[in-house]
Write a protein that binds this ligand. Structure first.
Ligand SMILES: CCCCCCCC/C=C\C/C=C/C(=O)SCCNC(=O)CCNC(=O)[C@H](O)C(C)(C)COP(=O)(O)OP(=O)(O)OC[C@H]1O[C@@H](n2cnc3c(N)ncnc32)[C@H](O)[C@@H]1OP(=O)(O)O
Ligand SMILES: Cc1cc2nc3c(=O)[nH]c(=O)nc-3n(C[C@H](O)[C@H](O)[C@H](O)COP(=O)(O)OP(=O)(O)OC[C@H]3O[C@@H](n4cnc5c(N)ncnc54)[C@H](O)[C@@H]3O)c2cc1C
Length: 672
């Protein structure tokens, strides 16, 4: 018997490369860096990211002494927060004069600080980040909702982390339905203050990230009352804890909500107010104001107060592309090194990557990781343009931005959650280990389906926009194909990318029309419009999903057509694009079209098999950031599984003495 020997202790570890992976890599016929640069944005951004990651990972104080899974809830919070804080400190210090950090140093010398947001932290924090909401929502809320004076006052303090904040909107009894929030902010013109009040148990804020123990401030969404009238929900900047002692201020009831399915490094919290007074100028007043005498000044649109959510929905699309890249890297590398069963009678066990059924589990996710990357790019551009226009008083793009961000957030999160689960299954039993990395990725993907707008609710928002567009032609660019006679009527099946996009449009428009018919039919039967809407929800959601697939598919096709790609990378992306589009169409098409597409799909599986390992390599994810024993670059999955198992506290001694003596022994000795 070969005895287990700790691999990481031997010199050989640094030279090992699994022969199956090595063979795939030797046959690579495209420039991997080109894909890496494409994902990062450009060559300079890749160089910067690589140096930053190396800078973070080479710091021993940012390493975990033991895997965080073995820590208690409390220890995990403290250990992960420690790393998050050390990381911010590190990013502020001057970078040492070493050639490998030249880009970072030059950046600092040019007065540009290193990033301290959630990007770099994701290299070392894999279960959420207690400072995440500060960067992703608190600061954006001050920028998006605060007046110039308010930004001047609060932003420098927030950017320096002198104050740490979160975004407190959801309540125990109300998450989706924002008009139903109960937290009250009543203006008192005598003292020129707002009085914050939690009128019931269901009004307690519940869920905000980093609220439990980390944040000392929050942007709190509350119903604004002035001159005896409720003006709807508005954002208030509220201090929760003393800036020196961190003790909750009088009238503030704050705490943590307990363990969750995932993201357990983040102290999601609860919050209640007992007549807490804040100055008038802590209502964030970019879009609406309360004057000293209590006069309310309306915003141009009440939906401007929802802008922070729109920003994060866009952010999530980008995050899902990253989650998918990690999951598919793990599963593809593992499928390359894992041999199982018999493909040809009597021959050695093949790589599981050679099974068509396995390819069918991996490659749709591989293709989707690119699709969501390009979709995120597109919706970011739209976001920046719309925000610029809103700044000039032009709100015309608001509905299209809302429609597009809801559609892409809902599609990217639901597909990613589904793919992560399929990829986990593709790794068999080992995929179920925490050390495979899948449980953490699943925790992020499934949380994203719920937070920042529960997906069903967002699908219905998209459907509302589609129906409105089809009825009155008022929609923006993303729904232009639904307006009037714009819809191309190409009856023949054309398998070019443009032809497939045309099919997507026809499928989506078909569902929209079916939903409209259903609504009209309910109307004819005497149903009120809101009841008809509820009764048509299943059809409406189908329409929204088909539209979202069209949007993402269209972004993918347009990006592949761009001039900047070399021949080999263009054909890889072209094939992945075509493959994903066919995969999505399978669910929608009638049999006459299916057989043509099926043949193409099977052909593409074989083509993608040829380069899949090299494409995931080009995602350029360091082993430490990937956090998976199955997906490491060297492919030494079994040895790493074993190394990781031996870190279990249960393996410290051959006998778990206490439980043996106390429980097992008496049980085994007892007689019936
Ligand atoms: C490396 C690490 C990366 C980490 C990345 C992630 C970090 C973040 C992690 C977690 C953070 C999580 C935070 C949160 O979850 S915060 C809470 C989020 N909550 C929600 O999203 C609530 C969802 N609900 C809503 O958005 C709304 O209530 C609604 C849209 C469902 C309905 O709103 P309501 O006011 O009731 O609308 P009406 O029905 O009255 O009107 C609809 C009308 O308004 C238009 N509209 C709605 N929203 C918007 C918008 N945002 N922008 C523009 N327009 C909007 C809608 O289109 C209708 O228009 P109409 O048809 O013309 O009438
Ligand atoms: C990990 C995590 C982090 C979070 N972080 C934050 C944060 O930082 N700040 C914050 O404020 N909130 C946060 N949230 C809360 C999150 O935004 C809400 O959970 C989310 O918006 C859904 O609201 P809800 O929980 O009230 O679900 P509900 O709205 O109660 O949904 C329950 C069910 O009802 C259905 N439903 C609801 N309304 C409709 C409708 N109109 N039509 C059809 N079906 C409907 C939903 O589809 C769902 O199936 C977080 C949540 C999670 C899980």
């Amino acid at each position: 018997m070969i005895k287990y020997k700790q691999f990481t202790d031997t010199m050989a570890a640094s030279f090992y490369e699994n022969p199956d992976l090595k063979r795939e890599r030797q046959s690579c016929n495209f420039d991997k860096d080109e894909i890496t640069n494409l994902i990062d944005g450009n060559v300079e951004k890749t160089k910067y990211r690589r140096e930053l990651v190396e800078y973070i990972l080479s710091d021993p104080s940012l390493k975990d002494p033991i895997p965080v899974e073995y820590l208690s809830h409390e220890e995990k919070y403290a250990a992960e927060l420690k790393k998050a804080c050390l990381l911010v400190q590190k990013m502020r210090e001057p970078v040492p004069k070493e050639a490998k950090f030249e880009t970072l140093r030059k950046r600092q010398e040019n007065g540009k600080p290193l990033d301290i947001g959630v990007g770099p932290s994701s290299v070392i924090l894999k279960e959420g980040n207690a400072l995440g909401l500060h960067f992703v929502m608190f600061i954006p809320a001050i920028i998006g909702q605060g007046s110039t004076e308010q930004q001047n006052k609060w932003l420098p303090r927030a950017l320096n982390l002198e104050i740490i904040g979160t975004y407190a909107q959801t309540e125990l009894g109300h998450g989706t339905f924002l008009r139903g929030l109960e937290t009250k902010a009543t203006y008192d013109p005598d003292t020129k203050e707002f009085i914050l009040e939690t009128p019931s148990l269901s009004a307690y804020k519940w869920w905000p990230g980093g609220l439990g123990k980390t944040s000392n401030y929050a942007v709190v969404m509350a119903q604004l009352y002035t001159k005896g009238k409720c003006e709807g929900i508005h954002p208030f900047l509220v201090q929760l804890r003393d800036e020196t002692t961190h003790e909750p201020l009088p009238g503030i009831f704050v705490g943590e909500i307990g363990p969750k399915l995932g993201l357990n490094s983040n102290d999601n919290g609860y919050l209640g107010f007992d007549r807490v007074r804040i100055p008038r100028d802590q209502l964030l007043m970019k879009h609406s104001q309360v004057l000293e005498d209590g006069t309310y000044v309306k915003p141009k649109s009440t939906k401007l107060g929802y802008a922070t959510m729109v920003y994060v929905r866009v952010f999530i699309v980008q995050d899902m592309a990253q989650v998918l890249r990690k999951a598919v890297t793990i599963a593809t590398r593992y499928s390359c090194v894992r041999h199982q069963s018999e493909l040809k009678p009597g021959e050695p066990e093949p790589q599981i990557l050679d099974y068509k059924a396995q390819q069918n589990k991996l490659f749709p996710a591989l293709a989707a990781s690119f699709a969501f990357h390009f979709a995120a790019e597109k919706v970011w551009n739209l976001y920046h343009l719309a925000t610029e226009n809103i700044g000039k008083g032009d709100l015309q793009m608001l509905p299209d931005l809302h429609g597009m961000s809801c559609a892409m957030k809902a599609l990217s999160t639901s597909e990613t959650a589904k793919f992560v689960e399929t990829l986990r299954q593709s790794c068999g039993g080992h995929g179920y280990m925490v050390s495979s990395g899948f449980p953490r990725l699943y925790g992020i993907a499934t949380a994203s389906e719920t937070y920042e707008g529960e997906n069903t609710v967002l699908w219905l928002q998209v459907a509302r926009y589609l129906i409105k567009t089809r009825m009155d032609g008022s929609g923006g660019q993303s729904v232009a194909y639904l307006i009037g006679s714009n819809l191309p009527d190409n009856k023949a099946v054309d398998l070019s990318l443009d032809g497939i996009i045309n099919l997507f449009q026809r499928v989506a428009a078909g569902y929209v029309d079916l939903a409209m018919k259903e609504l009209a039919e309910h109307g004819r039967q005497g149903m009120a419009p809101y009841d008809a809407w509820n009764h048509s929800a299943v059809q409406l959601i189908k329409a929204a999903q088909a539209h979202a697939r069209y949007l993402v598919a269209d972004c993918f096709v347009r990006s592949v057509k761009e001039d900047k790609l070399s021949g080999p990378v263009r054909s890889i992306l072209n094939e992945l694009c075509e493959f994903l589009l066919i995969y999505w169409l399978f669910a929608e098409l009638k049999t006459e079209h299916l057989s043509q597409l099926q043949a193409k799909y099977m052909e593409l599986l074989s083509i993608i098999r040829g380069y899949a390992v090299n494409v995931v390599d080009s995602f350029d994810i360091r082993d430490e950031a990937l956090g998976s024993v199955l997906g490491c670059w060297d492919g030494n999955a079994y040895q790493r599984l074993f190394d990781e198992a031996l870190k279990s506290p249960l393996n410290r001694n051959a006998v778990h003495r206490e439980s043996f003596e106390k429980y097992l022994k008496p049980l085994m000795k007892s007689k019936l």
